[in-house]
Ligand binder design. Structure first.
Ligand code: BGP
Length: 470
């Protein structure tokens, strides 16, 4: 691991290209897999698309200025691969490069450190048609895309992320089936996707280091701290499986530069294809170790044993209330379960601030002194403004304050946390939940030219940052 220079703590907020930019067919942008899914798939249950979203493409100056005025000193966003390379490889769209140059320059003008993710779920459709992440060609294609970005923006962007939540993306695309390409309970494709993401990420890390641009590069993992419910049979065995499935399958490769020990025999024992794992990739992983880890912290995985019954994976896309179950049950492994003592949001996601401390401590114990950024943390809910047009989002404030307090506890205990990003900067498109589920510190009035109105949480965050920067 490269020694990172100490910098001021980064307080920011985050977005992703497909979720906020809009401008889906403007200025030479190619077609993305999410454009096609949201326009055509019957699985897009609420019909919402990111065609316009909050129109960041035309509002970026206002959004960045508001971040600055809100005391933030960093902005995490992603690049749209098909805005830069419309066919996924080959021809570069100069208008796409020009757009991101404007965004990056605007950040720097306002004193915001850009923290840029190369891939946040939105695969170019041309690559999706060739098998996407299940096709080994993606390793070279991703490397080509990464190099174009590093060469175009690397003089000003000093914090890079290769892939956002590779495991969660693979899980939703191949196990739940609610993200394109919508495969359901396909263990072979799940592991193949994660594996290709791990190797592609390592290739991008290596090429970034070779270019010697003076910045740092990491990966963002959806923190999945595993806790086993009381009275579970064989708790250690199932915790180890869940940890492999959710965490180590990505983190060992990215941080240690090697696949989790015993992965291949374990896949074989479970009748899961491992034929695509190649010896030459061992070197790629070893040469592509990250400089920092990004953690998106929302909840933990709370599990118990599951021996009878069929394997099932389900996801609550409707916000129907806490009776809708969310999770996974895998025969002979485990099932996710509910802790009756904790709260959940209407989409069944547990609100459990302590997982911030637990996940950071576990990373430190397992992997040592890796610098960490909390790259996402936030709260999704339905919201209505009051008579003055203000959203009084006390629930969000209470929830985020709880997570941040536990982050400070982890830092006191020696965890090297370098920054925190609220999800999200403003209201935007929520994958498969559309616009009803809101996360922003700033409200977007989608019916009124995407007007921006800061919420109570925006001012709370501004004050919190001021207090911690003293
Ligand atoms: C993370 C993703 C974000 C964001 C967030 C909230 O997994 O990185 O892109 O969407 O989760 O998820 P959702 O919008 O599905 O509630």
């Amino acid at each position: 691991m490269k020694k990172m220079k100490k910098q001021p703590f980064l307080w920011g907020s985050a977005t992703a290209a497909y979720q906020c930019e809009g401008a889906w067919n403007l200025e030479g942008k190619g077609l993305g897999e999410w454009d096609v899914f949201s326009h055509e798939s019957p699985l897009n249950i609420n019909g919402a698309t990111g065609d316009v979203s909050c129109d960041f493409y035309h509002h970026y100056e206002e959004d960045i200025r508001m971040m600055k005025e809100g005391g933030q000193n960093s902005y995490r966003f992603s690049l749209s691969w098909c805005r830069i390379l419309p066919e996924g490889r080959g021809r570069v769209n100069e208008q796409g490069i020009a757009f991101y140059n404007r965004v990056i320059d605007c950040c720097l003008k306002h004193g915001l450190e850009p923290n840029v993710t190369l891939f946040h779920y939105d695969l170019p459709q041309a690559l999706a048609q060739q098998g996407g992440w299940a096709n080994r060609d993606i390793l070279d294609t991703f490397e080509e895309y990464a190099k174009v970005c590093f060469e175009a923006f690397g003089d000003r962007v000093k914090l890079w992320v290769t892939i956002n939540e590779p495991k969660y993306y693979a899980y939703c695309s191949n196990m739940v089936g609610n993200y394109p390409p919508n495969h359901h309970v396909d263990f072979n494709r799940y592991f193949k996707t994660v594996y290709h993401e791990a190797v592609a990420s390592a290739k991008a890390v290596k090429i970034y280091h070779d270019l010697q641009l003076g910045g740092e590069i990491g990966i963002v993992h959806d923190s999945s701290n595993v806790e086993v419910a009381p009275q579970t049979k064989e708790p250690e065995r199932i915790k180890a499986i869940a940890d492999l499935f959710y965490n180590r399958v990505i983190l060992d490769g990215a941080i240690l530069g090697e696949l989790p020990g015993g992965l291949i025999p374990w896949l074989q024992e479970n009748d899961i294809d491992s034929s695509y794992i190649r010896f030459e990739d061992t070197l790629t992983l070893a040469q592509g170790k990250i400089d920092f880890l990004g953690l998106n912290v929302y909840n933990r995985f709370y599990i118990t044993d599951y021996t009878e019954g069929e394997t099932e994976v389900f996801h609550n896309n409707k916000g129907a209330g806490s009776t809708a179950k969310e999770g996974i049950r895998i025969k002979n492994w485990y099932e996710t379960t509910i802790d009756p003592t904790t709260k959940r949001n209407l989409w069944g996601r547990e609100i459990y601030p302590r997982c911030m401390l637990n996940t950071l401590m576990e990373i430190k114990e397992r992997y040592g002194e890796i610098p960490v950024y909390i790259t996402e943390n936030g709260h999704g809910c339905y919201e209505t403004p009051d008579e003055n047009g203000m959203v009084q989002d006390d629930e969000r404030i209470e929830m985020m304050q709880g997570y941040i307090d536990f982050m400070f506890k982890a830092m006191e205990a020696g965890c090297d946390v370098r920054g925190y990003y609220a999800w999200s900067t403003m209201d935007l498109y929520s994958w498969v939940n559309g616009y009803e589920k809101r996360y922003g510190l700033v409200r977007v009035d989608f019916d009124n030219n995407c007007r921006r109105i800061p919420k109570k949480s925006y001012f709370w965050y501004q004050k919190l940052i001021q207090e911690h920067q003293k």
